[in-house]
Design a protein around this ligand. Structure first.
Ligand code: HEC
Length: 155
C-alpha cells in the first residue's frame, strides 16, 4: 500500500515537473494537512476520553469510552501512510529523522496502535482503574513519538 502510494506521488511530481508547475512542497501540502487533521482528531478523542476517565461525564455502559477508543484505533492504523518520504518540508513539524529512522518511527506508531487496542479491551471489561491505566499508556505513546519525531513548536 505504501509503495503504491509513493508511486502515485512520484508520478504526480513527475507530471508537475513536466508542466513546470511547483514541485515537492506543493505536492505534499494535502497529505501534510490530512495527517495534521488526523492528529487533531486523535487529540480531540483523547481530550474527550480524559473527561470520561476522570468521571466528569456519565458513561455507565462505557459506550462513549468505547466510541473514542475505537476511533483512536482506526486513526492510528496505517498512520505511516500519511508520512511519505520528503514530506518534512513546508507547513509541517515532521522531523527528517522520521525517514532516517523509519523502523523506529514505524515501531512508535505500532506501539501506539497496540495501546489503543488495549484501551478498547479495558473499556469492554469496564473496570475503571484498568481503563485509566490504559488511557495513560496510550497518552505516553503519543508523547514518546512526538518527543522523537515532532519538531518543537515555533514561536
Ligand atoms: C508515530 C508517531 C506519532 C504518534 C504515535 C502520534 N503522533 Fe501526533 N504527531 C506526530 C508528528 C510527526 C506530528 C507532526 C505532523 C506534521 O506537522 O506534519 C504530529 C502532530 C500532532 C499534533 C499537531 C497537529 C497539528 O495541528 O499540526 C497533535 C495535536 C498530535 N500529533 C496529537 C497526537 C495524539 C493525541 C496522539 C496519540 C493518540 C498522537 N499524536 C500520536 C507523530 C505522532
Amino acid at each position: 500500500m505504501r509503495m503504491r502510494y509513493i508511486a502515485i506521488l512520484t508520478a504526480v511530481s513527475g507530471m508537475f515537473a513536466a508542466t513546470g508547475l511547483p514541485a515537492q512542497d506543493e505536492d505534499f501540502d494535502g497529505v501534510i494537512r490530512y495527517r495534521q487533521g488526523v492528529m487533531k482528531a486523535q487529540a480531540g478523542h483523547m481530550a474527550a476520553l480524559s473527561q470520561i476517565v476522570r468521571g466528569h461525564v456519565p458513561d455507565p455502559e462505557h459506550r462513549l469510552a468505547e466510541l473514542h477508543a475505537r476511533a483512536l484505533v482506526g486513526l492510528l492504523e496505517d498512520l505511516d501512510h500519511w508520512f511519505p518520504e520528503g514530506s518534512d518540508f513546508g507547513e509541517t513539524r515532521a522531523e527528517a529523522r522520521i525517514w532516517e529512522r523509519w523502523d523506529d518511527f514505524h515501531q512508535a506508531y505500532e506501539e501506539a496502535e497496540d495501546r489503543a487496542e488495549a484501551l478498547v479491551k479495558a473499556v469492554k471489561k469496564g473496570e475503571s482503574k484498568a481503563i485509566a491505566k490504559a488511557f495513560k499508556g496510550l497518552a505516553d505513546a503519543c508523547k514518546a513519538c512526538h518527543k522523537d519525531f515532532r519538531a518543537e513548536e515555533e514561536d
